[in-house]
Each structure stands twice: as C-alpha cells, then as structure tokens.
Write a protein that binds this ligand. Structure first.
Ligand code: ADP
Length: 747
C-alpha cells in the first residue's frame, strides 16, 4: 500500500516553515507517497476530522515566499497527556499514517518522540478496544518520525541553524540599522531587546551584525558584579573617541552571574543614572517572527524537508528518530533525543549559573563570535604587550565590490590594532599598491563599517604585471609591509598569486599573503561560500518575488537573468529559493534540445492551468542563447497560450547592505584570517613567504595554499572544478515540476 506521511508545524511559528511543508509534500509525492497535512499542530492530530487532510502538488504552490505556516501551528495541552496522544495515534491510524515529519522546537520534537515510543502500546490498546480495525493495526506496528527544527531562536543542538533564525536576524539587523541612523543623528543611546528565550544567538549575531556597543546574552553574563559601571565606561569612552550613537542589545533571557534577569528597562535606568543620557528602549517583539523568509531559510527548509522524506521512507523500526539539520553548509542527521538532551543540558547549565559549560556546549563558532564581539565593542585597542614586535599589516579589497567587504575590513583592522599591530589600508585594490595610495588606520577609521555595502576602501580589477610589479615592490619596501590581507574576488586571488610567484624576482614579495573570499559570484577556490553571495541571493529572491507578483494576473513566463559569470551558483540557489521551473547554468550550457524540451514543459503547464512560469538564466550560461533570444523564442512559440518577459537584474544584485549571514561570515573569516596572517608573519621571519586563502570547506574553516589553486580551479572558466552545490540540481528540478499526482481519499 502507498506510504502515508503526515506533516505538521508545531510550537512557535518560524519563517521558512512553509518552504519545509512544500518540500515534504512535493518530495513525498515525487517518491510515490501520499502526504497529509495535520493542521494546527498537535491540536489537529488530537482533534482529527478535517484537520488531517491530504495535500496535492498544487496545494503547496505559491507559498515559498510566505512567512508563518499555511497549515497553522498551535500549542496543545492535551498532547502532553497520554490520553491525548492516544487519540492522536487513533486519528493517524484511521488514516493509515505511520510516518511523521514534525517541524517545531524542542518541545514539539520531545512530544513526537514520546508518541513514537508509546505507539506500539496505543496500537494494541486501540485494536483491543475496537477503535481501530485489527488489520489496520497490524499494518502499522511502528511510527517513523523525523524532526526539523522550526524556531527563530537557533536554540537547538544538532543543527547549526534552525528554520527561521536567519530571517529573524534579517528583521533584527534591519531594525538595528534603522535605529543606528536615527541614534547617530541625535547622538542617542538605544537599548534594543531581541527574542531568543534562553539562547543568546539572535542577540549576539544581531549585535555583531549591527555593530552594537554592548551585548548581554544568557550564556555569558558580564564577568564582574559591577558590570553596569564597566558597560557605562565603555560607552563613555566610545563617545569620547567619536561615536555618535550607542546601542546596547539585550537578549530577552539575559541575566547576571547570579541568575538575576537583566531587563532592557533596567539597562535603560542604568544608562540614565550613570551616564545621564536619555536612553530609549526598543523591544523588537513579534516583528522578528514575521515577514518573508530569507533566501537562506527557504533553501535550508527545502533541503531539510527533502532529506526528511528520504529519512522517514527509509526508517527502520529499530533505528532512532533523527533530527535533520545543517552542519556547515550540508544537511546532516543526528539522533533526535541526543539533540534534545544536549539542548536541555545547555539550558540546565545556564540555570545552574555554570556559564563556562553553557558557552562550551554552544560550540566553537558561538564562542569565537562572542570573543570577537568583545574586542570590536571596545572604544580603543588594548595596550600592546611591551615585548610585542609591532608588525605592519596591509589590507585591501579587490575585484568587484561585494557586500560584506567593509565588515571584513573593519574586523581585520580592529583585531589587528588590538593585537598591537600597525594596520595599513590600501585604496583601490592592487592599484593602491602600485600608486602607494595607503592610509594608516586608527580604531575609529572603520567605525560604522560593519553594516555598509560596497567597499569603502575602493576596489579595482587590476592584476599587476610588468612595470606595475616594480611599483608594488617599491611600495611594500617603502611602507615596510610585512603581511597582506586580500579581501576580494578572483582578480584579487590572481593578483596575490602573481605576487607570490614573482617573489624570486622581487624579494619584497616575500611576505605572507592571506586571501579572503568576497564575491557575489561564489566562484572561488578553497571556499564553498564567499562573502557577498548571500546578499546577492537575497537581492535576487526579493526581486523575483516582486516579478512573480506582477505576473500572476496574466499567464506569463519570466526569463530572469542573474549574475555569476561562469558560475551558476546564484542561478541555481535562487531557482531553489523561488521555485523556478528551470535554471540555466554555465556549467551545463544550453542546447537547442534543452530549449525545445523546456518550451514543451512550459506549454503543457500553461495548458493545464498554470498562471506563471519562471526561468532563471545565469549570465554565462551560453553566449548565443541569450536571455533576449530565449525570451523571443518562447514568446513566439508560446502563441496565445502564454506571454514571455525578460528581466535582467543587473547591478542591484551587487548592491545594498550586507545580509546578516554575510556580516557573520565576513566577521568570522576576517577574525581567523588576520590571526593567521599574524602567525605567518611571526613564523616566516626571514624564511620566505606563504600565501594562502581562507574558506569554509566541508563544514570547517580551513586554509588552502595559493599554490594549490591551479589544481583546484578551472582557470579558463574562472570557477572551482568541484562545486558542492551542483548536487542540489536534482532537488531543484524535482520540486519545481509536478511528479505523479496522487489521488487521495479523505477518511
Ligand atoms: P516548541 O516546540 O517550539 O518548543 P512548545 O514547547 O510549546 O514549543 O511545544 C509545542 C507543543 O508540543 C506543546 O503544546 C505540546 O503539545 C507538545 N509538547 C511539548 N513538550 C511536550 C512533552 N514533553 N510531551 C508531550 N508533548 C509535548
């Protein structure tokens, strides 16, 4: 018999839940299963009736971009009782549903696991009581469950990100950016309270992304009892150093060392009394839950939803229930109860005022981010250690401007200064090294840069050769540059490689170089993600949402051209996030046969009542079959059935302020890159030079030698030979085009 999967969203709503439901429904149907929505969470499961209904392919169309959850969510007291769960089991059994995908927080997932454990007893009892036919009971001796974490708080172990957390961070950074500008105009002090329950993730990352001056989180309360004085001192010193605004971010679960809650009102009082300033409080509240899901959340939910279907369909009676989440940038599964227990252990550590343990359990990147934040918020760098040899480190941005470059420069400069080094900012990329256009940075030089798009230092695509090399060598010698941090795209990497290669001819080039990936194209070696790509993806997704909205009134197909040069990352990931029927990628090219097949697919769709078509074309997909060509071809062939319009998104993709993800990635990479540069400078003294690039690979941050780049890169096409995201093509294809339409009957 056909497998029936139930899907429910439970607990607090989170943006991206709809994308998860869509993925579960469509992947389930594509795999030949039937998928039933259980409306209003466990309440619907307990109530049964119309609250458990099958969903068809088209029922989950047009929901990817919607916040909240179309199948509703609720809290249900009855499900906490055995009797309630037994009724829920009966309702599932009567519909022959014995597999569940539960999208919720740790409470919801704990409840699901309990139901799974009790299922065998319920089946027996219900059959004995005649409430469920014996043959039905016999067919479903086990309940398979899989959990996806829907929670804006990012408070669950077993996944690096929960569904909804990135979108909540979007709302928080938008708010902090907005408050920043008004605060700076009036030289005001603001206290911003963000959600997160017992988890400081939103406050920490929101504060880091927004360039806040002080952040209070539950896991690491201020380490002194007179923290109020310390905070006020830092804010005062910041003003004295030239800051026009002060922002304190308070997590809703913030507390002091002894467990006493720190409320935003209390912080306000402290600021007013001790600093004599007029402090304003903004409690962000439910705004953080709302709004369209970010590109990241759409894709996270989609990939986890598809993996969840695979997992429930393959579950063995004796295997544990799994949680599907994200590790690095890959979907991964972890036994559910292990995740729940680890989550509870963190909460217990906080309750027991054991903050070292709480921080330990939150993980390395959380701890590193907090450490970085503590340095960044300083008004001035630490006093350098008297024995330290002050190094002269240069930073430049190269290639096309990518959102997040400024964030990375700010972090590198401040952390470098804090270690006692001289930080030199080079203007206009390698051109600045040729022209000796260099400025020594002070702490406040980079003030406010955390949130700014573009590149304040300026960029160029210059890859030096010939006489330029002499000029650069002279600049490096004159300025006594001992290490170089290159933040940029492929031309920046190429230029760094030229310098490294030419070091035998130019002894001045015998310095360590670290490259940090920053390009919207995401086409760099040694890193699976580059700074700027997430912002571009969000820009594309927002634009496509609007384009789609404009088109629903007419039967229309849009051909949208996105950037990426010879790399299809933006095209594929935006197709996944917008539900496009087709993505044309440079990696695959476009053939006439493709165009004919896609035209046939579109025509069939419109004939069947489809109102909107969407095709995303990577700018480098094919030099002959251009966006206008495809548009004209489809328009002509579509006849009266549908119209075709093109939209070339152009530079709006590169613009705008960096997304929270890019700010966080830039911060993390820059902190590690500058530490590495310093280490290399110290270790190679007089022994030649090492040139590396930093990046996220296989879920970890690693350094790759620039000498390995020719092996890793397709130099001609300017993209890595191996691209992890290419594996996602089949998922994008599966979810965009109808699989078997299963006719289901309601019981
Ligand atoms: P979240 O899933 O976001 O943590 P809750 O803790 O409110 O949200 O849980 C949502 C629902 O899951 C509850 O209303 C209840 O129906 C069910 N639930 C939570 N905890 C349990 C539990 N320990 N046992 C059974 N059901 C639970």
């Amino acid at each position: 018999m056909v497998k029936r999967i139930g899907v429910l969203t439970s607990g607090g709503d989170a943006s991206g839940m709809n994308a998860a439901v869509r993925a579960v429904v469509r992947a389930g149907l594509a795999r030949g299963a039937e998928v039933y929505a259980i409306y209003e969470g466990y309440q619907g499961m307990v109530d049964g009736g119309e609250r458990i209904r099958p969903l068809a392919w088209n029922d989950v169309g047009g929901i990817l971009h919607r916040g909240g959850t179309i199948i509703g969510t609720a809290r249900c007291a009855e499900f906490r009782e055995r009797e309630g769960r037994k009724r829920a089991a009966r309702n599932l059994l009567l519909r022959e549903i014995d597999a569940l995908v539960v999208i919720g927080g740790d409470g919801s997932l704990t409840g699901a696991n309990l139901l799974r454990q009790e299922w065998g007893d319920f089946v027996r009892e219900l059959a004995q009581a005649g409430e469920v036919p014996q043959e039905v009971a016999d067919r479903h001796p086990h309940l398979a469950i899989v959990g996806l974490v829907g929670s804006i708080d990012n408070d669950m172990a077993g996944t690096d990100m929960t569904i909804g957390a990135d979108t909540a961070l979007h709302r928080i950074t938008e708010a902090i950016d907005a408050i920043n500008s008004t605060a700076a105009s009036h030289q005001r002090t603001f206290v911003v309270e963000v959600m997160g329950r017992g988890c400081g993730y939103l406050a920490l990352m929101g504060g880091l992304s927004g360039g806040a001056d002080w952040v209070l989180i539950p896991e690491s309360p201020p380490d002194v009892d007179d923290w109020e004085d310390k905070m006020c001192e830092v804010l005062k010193a910041g003003r004295a150093a030239g800051r026009r605004d002060s922002i304190v971010v308070v997590a809703e679960g913030a507390r002091d060392r002894h467990g006493k809650p720190i409320t935003s009102q209390y912080v306000q009082q402290v600021l007013e009394q001790k600093l004599g300033v007029d402090a304003r409080v903004t409690i962000l509240g439910h705004v953080q839950r709302g709004g369209a899901p970010s590109a990241f959340d759409r894709n996270l939910s989609t990939l986890c939803g598809v993996a969840a279907v695979e997992e429930v369909l393959n579950a063995k009676p004796d295997s544990p229930a799994y949680l599907i989440g994200l590790r690095g940038n890959r979907v991964a599964r972890t036994p559910l109860m292990e995740c729940v227990e680890r989550t509870h252990a963190i909460n217990a550590a906080i309750q027991a005022n054991d903050y070292d343990k709480a921080m330990e359990l939150r993980g390395t990147s959380f701890r590193e981010a907090f450490q970085t934040l503590r340095t960044l918020v300083r008004a001035l760098p630490h006093m350098a250690h008297p024995d330290l040899r002050r190094r002269r480190l240069a930073v430049l941005t190269a290639g096309a401007p990518a959102p997040g470059m400024n964030t990375a420069v700010r972090v590198a400069v401040r952390l470098g200064l804090d270690k006692g080094h001289t930080m030199l900012a080079v203007r206009h990329g390698f051109q600045g090294l040729i022209d000796d256009d260099i400025q020594e940075c002070a702490w406040m030089t980079v003030s406010g840069w955390a949130t700014m798009g573009g590149s304040e230092l300026g960029v160029s695509r210059e890859v030096p050769s010939g006489a330029d090399l002499y000029a650069i060598a002279r600049t490096i010698e004159r300025r006594q540059i001992e290490g170089l941090l290159v933040i940029g795209g492929w031309s920046g990497y190429q230029a760094a490689m030229v310098l490294h290669r030419e070091r035998t001819n130019f002894p001045a080039f015998n310095i360590p170089i670290v490259c940090l990936p920053a390009t919207i194209d995401n086409n760099l070696p040694g890193s699976e993600l580059s700074v700027g790509a997430d912002t571009a993806l969000n820009n594309i997704v927002e634009a496509v949402d609007k384009i789609k909205q404009s088109a629903v009134a007419t039967r229309r197909c849009f051909v949208v051209e996105v950037m990426g040069r010879q790399c299809g990352y933006l095209a594929l990931m935006s197709a996944l996030a917008t539900g496009a029927e087709r993505a044309y990628l440079a990696e695959e090219g476009i053939t006439l046969a493709d165009l004919q097949a896609d035209l046939a697919m579109l025509s069939e769709g419109f004939r069947q009542g489809k109102r909107l078509g969407l095709i995303i074309r990577n700018e480098g997909a094919n030099p002959i079959y251009t966006t206008s060509f495809i548009t004209s071809l489809f328009e002509e062939e579509g006849g009266n059935l549908f119209q075709v319009r093109q939209a070339i998104l152009g530079h709006l993709q590169q613009g705008g302020d960096p997304s929270p993800f890019d700010r966080i990635l830039a911060t993390r990479l820059a902190a590690l890159a500058i530490a590495r540069l310093q280490e290399l400078v110290e270790s190679v003294d007089g022994n030649g030079a090492i040139a590396e690039c930093i990046g996220l690979t296989g879920g970890r941050i690693q350094f790759t030698s620039l000498e390995d780049v020719p092996r890793l890169m397709d130099m001609e096409r300017m993209r890595p030979k191996q691209q992890w995201w290419m594996d996602l093509r089949s998922i994008a294809r599966m979810l965009a085009q109808p699989g078997p339409q299963v006719v289901t009957k309601s019981l």
